[in-house]
Design a protein around this ligand. Structure first.
Ligand SMILES: NC(=O)c1ccc[n+]([C@@H]2O[C@H](COP(=O)([O-])OP(=O)(O)OC[C@H]3O[C@@H](n4cnc5c(N)ncnc54)[C@H](OP(=O)(O)O)[C@@H]3O)[C@@H](O)[C@H]2O)c1
Length: 252
């Protein structure tokens, strides 16, 4: 019997992160062919490769490296069903302490890389044009931007990260409008607060406020978020585009 993602080819950036690893494992188990990028966690990347995924080391702040990756990827993978922009960095602090280098780094990794790689890989994401009158369109191709509620509400002491995620939401909504007629769905996913390397320095009082604002008094579980994204990648979801999908239990 076919699995949920049988016949899907998926690329996710940041496959070695907390959410990325959970997704790679679940997508493989659901039958997908999975490619991922990673930055520094070569050991985690090897573990995922042993499970059957194919990893590529890539610094998303390095434009020539992205060019080399895109050329190599297009030569290896003729058709990509789903592209998930998941890798991200944060540099937190009050605006007066944030340097232009900080700004460039956060914006390059979190916003410019999704723009640039989407543009460069579009030739393998675009579905073949159906002949006129061919009737029903095939499965949509999909692009997901992993964002944050800070992209909508701002983040105290996290202005660079919030600016990048807000930009990513604008990018997702614009691409949804541009690519809808080519049968490509583009959505942003807000996974909610998760324990991960990115959040390990979040102060205790901020964690407690998050819990107080949650109707369930809990954080998001990356395993469950990954399961949600597996569903979104599947042919069970074909009619949602241009949205911010919240995996959240917070009241506001
Ligand atoms: N955690 C949360 O509470 C939370 C809340 C809202 C949204 N999000 C979003 O959810 C996504 C996943 O977050 P996470 O918590 O799983 O983060 P994470 O565990 O810190 O993982 C971050 C990933 O990004 C990769 N990365 C970092 N710098 C990079 C660079 N310069 N070039 C290429 N890749 C780079 C890392 O690669 P290596 O590990 O190989 O170095 C890692 O795979 C992110 O987009 C994040 O903004 C997270």
């Amino acid at each position: 019997m076919d699995k949920l993602l049988s016949s899907k080819t998926i690329l996710i950036t940041g496959g070695t992160g907390r959410l990325g690893q959970a997704f790679v494992r679940k997508a493989l188990a659901a039958g997908a062919r999975v490619y991922f990028t990673y930055f520094q966690q070569a050991g985690e990347a090897r573990t995922l490769a042993q499970l059957g995924a194919e990893g590529f080391q890539l610094d998303l702040a390095d434009r020539p490296a992205m060019d080399r990756f895109a050329e190599m990827f297009k030569s290896q993978v003729p058709a990509l069903d789903v592209f998930i922009h998941n890798a991200a960095v944060s540099r937190d602090g009050m605006i007066q302490n944030m340097s232009e280098d900080d700004w460039n780094y956060v914006l390059n990794v979190n916003l410019k890389a999704p723009y640039y790689l989407t543009k460069e890989l579009l030739p393998v994401i675009l579905p073949l044009r159906q002949p006129k009158g061919a009737g029903k369109r095939g499965s949509p191709r999909k692009i997901f931007m992993v964002v944050s509620r800070m992209g909508l509400s701002g983040g105290y002491g996290a202005s660079l990260y919030a600016a990048a995620k807000g930009g990513l939401i604008g990018l997702a909504k614009s691409l949804a409008a541009e690519l809808g007629k080519r049968n490509i769905l583009v959505n942003a996913i807000n996974p909610g607060f998760m324990e991960s390397r990115m959040t390990e320095k979040v102060p205790q009082e901020v964690r407690e406020r998050c819990l107080q604002e949650s109707c369930l008094a809990s954080f998001s579980n990356p395993e469950e978020v990954a399961e949600f994204i597996v569903y979104l990648c599947s042919d069970q979801m074909t009619q949602v585009t241009g949205q911010v999908l919240h995996f959240e239990s917070r009241r506001n």
